[in-house]
Write a protein that binds this ligand. Structure first.
Ligand code: NAP
Length: 300
């Protein structure tokens, strides 16, 4: 087996630490202010992957001492019924964070549902008001995966000011918010996408490279500046290399980064799975605590 030169960023360890800090803060808020941060998660339909995510969010928020409510709605829920629930949660004093699990089954209108969430309870950070606040450099509830990436970068690389950052991907969920966060950290940021010319050359300029593309192992070793920090956000299902397992239809998860190659060149690298992924729910808990503090008029 070839030797790995990059230091691997174990997201499970950092997520565990963050959850422990959140649990401490929840206990303090309760003891000092009688405040228990509350998270409501709404799932429409019976998508198995979404069910797993929603269960995990409920379990982790309860484990942190938070008030946790899960609304499981049937797949034939109407737009009106879903909006009515969001409206109820918006004014529920025990609920400080609302998360509607995406994707919503058709024909529900995701944009309209996200727009109906009170921006101050929008712990997924997907409301256009929060995107605007983030873009303006104002305090905002920020999407969980990008914020998780920033925590990993700060914990490993340390000072980010002045570094050259390239984000591959411009989605509302990942690419755009992480570019904004890197800009706030005083990086010089370029956002690349499917129309970017000579992507390998652009990536080679990056001290920090964030891959949020959704294409298995697209980023190759010779695209990487030696010593760069590489954050692989991608979650892609591919057949096993082992032909017997592949023939049985078994799949595994790989990132957007060619791990074997990139780990030989990068200074830091998040494995996928096990890097960015575990941070997402931990940051959701942190966002809920921040939302609760702001709603109670406490500084966050
Ligand atoms: P998305 O909405 O599909 O966006 C993908 C982006 O990649 C788009 O901006 C697209 O460019 C760009 N792109 C596609 N092909 C490209 C190419 N050949 N060269 C350069 N750019 C290209 O995906 P997403 O929601 O951002 O998710 C990205 C990945 O992260 C997925 O694998 C997803 O599963 C994963 N993810 C992980 C987590 C986690 O917790 N770890 C959370 C969210 C997402 P255009 O805009 O030009 O089309």
């Amino acid at each position: 087996m070839s030797q790995t030169s990059a230091k691997l960023i174990d997201g499970k360890v950092y997520a565990e630490r963050l959850r422990a800090r959140v649990a401490e803060e929840v206990a303090e808020l309760h003891a000092d202010h009688g405040l228990q941060p509350g998270l409501a998660v709404v799932l429409v339909g019976d998508d198995p992957a979404s069910q797993i995510y929603v269960r995990s969010k409920g379990e982790q928020s309860r484990a942190a001492g938070m008030h946790s409510v899960t609304h499981l709605l049937p797949a034939d829920t109407t737009q009106h019924e879903l909006l009515r629930l969001v409206a109820e949660l918006n004014v529920d004093p025990l609920i400080h964070g609302i998360l509607v699990q995406l994707p919503l089954p058709k024909p529900l209108d995701e944009a309209a549902v996200l727009a109906a969430i009170n921006p101050d309870k929008d712990v997924d950070g997907l409301h256009v008001v929060n995107a605007g606040r983030l873009a303006n450099g104002q305090p905002a509830l920020t999407p969980c995966t990008p914020l998780g990436c920033m925590i990993l970068l700060r914990e490993t690389v340390g000072e980010l000011s002045g570094l050259r950052a390239v984000v591959v991907g411009r989605s509302v969920l990942v690419g755009r918010p992480i570019a904004q966060l890197l800009l706030q950290a005083d990086c010089t940021v370029t956002i690349a996408h499917s129309r970017t010319r000579d992507l390998p050359a652009l990536c080679r300029e990056a001290d920090i490279l964030v891959a949020a593309v959704g294409r298995p192992r697209m980023i190759k070793g010779d695209w990487i500046k030696p010593g760069a920090a590489v954050i692989d956000v991608g979650i892609n299902r591919v057949p096993f290399d082992d032909p017997v397992k592949a023939a049985a239809g078994r799949t595994k998860v790989v990132g957007d980064v060619d791990f074997k190659q990139v780990s030989q060149v990068a200074g830091w690298l998040t494995p996928a799975p096990g890097g960015v992924g575990p941070m997402t729910v931990a940051v959701l808990l942190q966002n809920t605590v921040s939302a609760a503090r702001r709603q109670a008029g406490l500084s966050s």
